[in-house]
Ligand binder design. Sequence first.
Ligand code: G6P
Length: 610
Amino acid sequence: MCGIVGYIGNNKAVPYLLNGLHKLEYRGYDSAGIAVAENGKIKVTKSAGRIANLEKKLQEKEPYTADVGIGHTRWATHGEPSDVNSHPHSSAGEKFCLVHNGIIENFQSLKASLEKEGVIFLSQTDTETAVALLEKNYSGDVILALSKTMKQLEGSFALAIICEDEPEKIFCARRSSPLVMGKSDEGNFIASDVTAMLKYTNNVYKLGDDEIAVVTKDSIDFYNINCKKLKKESEQISWSIEDAEKGGYDHFMLKEIMEQPKAVAETVLPRIKNRKEIVLDTVKLSEEELKNIDKIYIVACGSAYHVGVIGKYILEKMTRISAEADIASEFRYRNPILDEKKLVVIISQSGETADTLAALRLAKENGAKTLSIVNVVGSSIANESEAVLYTYAGPEIAVATTKAYSAQLSVIYLLSAFIAAKLGKLDKEGLEAFISDLENMPGQIQAVLESSFDEMEKLADLFLETEHAYFIGRNLDYAGAMEASLKMKEISYLHSEAYGAGELKHGTISLIEPKTVVVALCCNDEIFAKTISNIKEVRARGAAVIAVTTEKHKNEILDVDFVVSVPDARAELLPSLEVIPMQLLSYYTAKKRGCDIDKPRNLAKSVTVE
Ligand code: G6P
């Protein structure tokens, strides 16, 4: 949520800042701005709207020649997306200029007391209080002023600052909002996300909570909040710049959809040994500890929560431990029953989602065992959970997740079979059969991609004549319907809802009328016939119906507008297959409706605010 970039080196800063902002635009795109330190003065250009607006403004000005600068792309929280609310923000005396990610929760009280002292604020942002405070706390030592300011700020922040008195430095600080630094032959970089600097380096330093960094052309130094110098090692990131570029596709979303067989293979296969054992090195829970667990909570937000809902069905079915899926923002405020007998599984692509991180902390504080499924190595959730199982999906740029979702699902399968085997709920043969099916999954996903690619493009036409769509299913199919519906609404702006197929008749069926599109997921063998009855109910009310089922059932579904089929597979693994045509259907619907697929309105990829 919001992107920060900074450059300091021997070259002109602006091209590096703009390149970095383009890479980070998926984090927020309400406004963008940069600040450079040039000839002893700080110069700022910022604009509401996309980066293109900022670029236009810059072109109309005398070009900046500075070799140091910071930049920001915003997802608005406090104050509308206007020029004045855009970052960077300067202090009244114009000594400091900063960009900020996160939320300063006590900004109102800070602002009131600063106003009493005569400070005049220009924007409605919480951020402006931080820069005002910095100037107030400054008496010649920026690190000291920053340390004092951090102690007064409540909430979350990643800050990048330039100061008129020390124009050859970028000062950084963070609490609960990511910030990384990298050295390269072309200069040194800072960014909220490694993708902004992958073109130049993949060797990065991660700033920790309540730490400060000072970046110059030749050095990066770290301090704790009490200004004590810290030693920090850099980390090698395995992602490459190609991973973070479109590579010939029209949209990142389509590229990422097509990368799913690889993401799943890379997440699953290294964890399978000799086709008969699942090795999860980081999960240290002994058989005894597993036996003691009386409940598994799976906690996440957005699509990761939908993975959690699928996980609830599969974990419970395979391990016979009661499992529940929770939305992180609800879980943390509902006083859940947590103790050492609970296993809390946290799922997050970014590893930085504020509510999910808070849920993890709550679980730990209350003695529960914690395990996270995360895509970004070294992210806050990965760092803070007792065990982490990484998904190896590579960087995901499109706001709507696809490949990270599929990789998360595959970790759920691994984990379920791993626990079930340890508890003796899955015998040797059963485990080997499960593993063999898992190994086939990347190939099956590839097959669905190939068979449904053109089909979904045509089928998307059905969604051009309606403003309402319903996705229905039972059990695992219902969980799949939740994700299919979210995907459709978030990128195509079509109103869509997911319903348990059996629940429709308790109210929602009154909304079904001719031309309403109902997508019925009915892959699950055990309840196939039940869902078919529900299809008949909506059909009788004139709905256009698309049924998604397996090869073996496809000829049994009559009287619908279209049947989409996926290969036959073990029930637990079918969610990974049925989601593929649904992603493509959303993609093509959004494309035909002229939507901004990779950057849907009002959304951001990494949600680091509550
Ligand atoms: C945002 C994204 C979703 C994602 C959710 C959770 O809403 O648009 O695609 O599922 O955040 O993000 P996380 O990084 O925790 O998986």
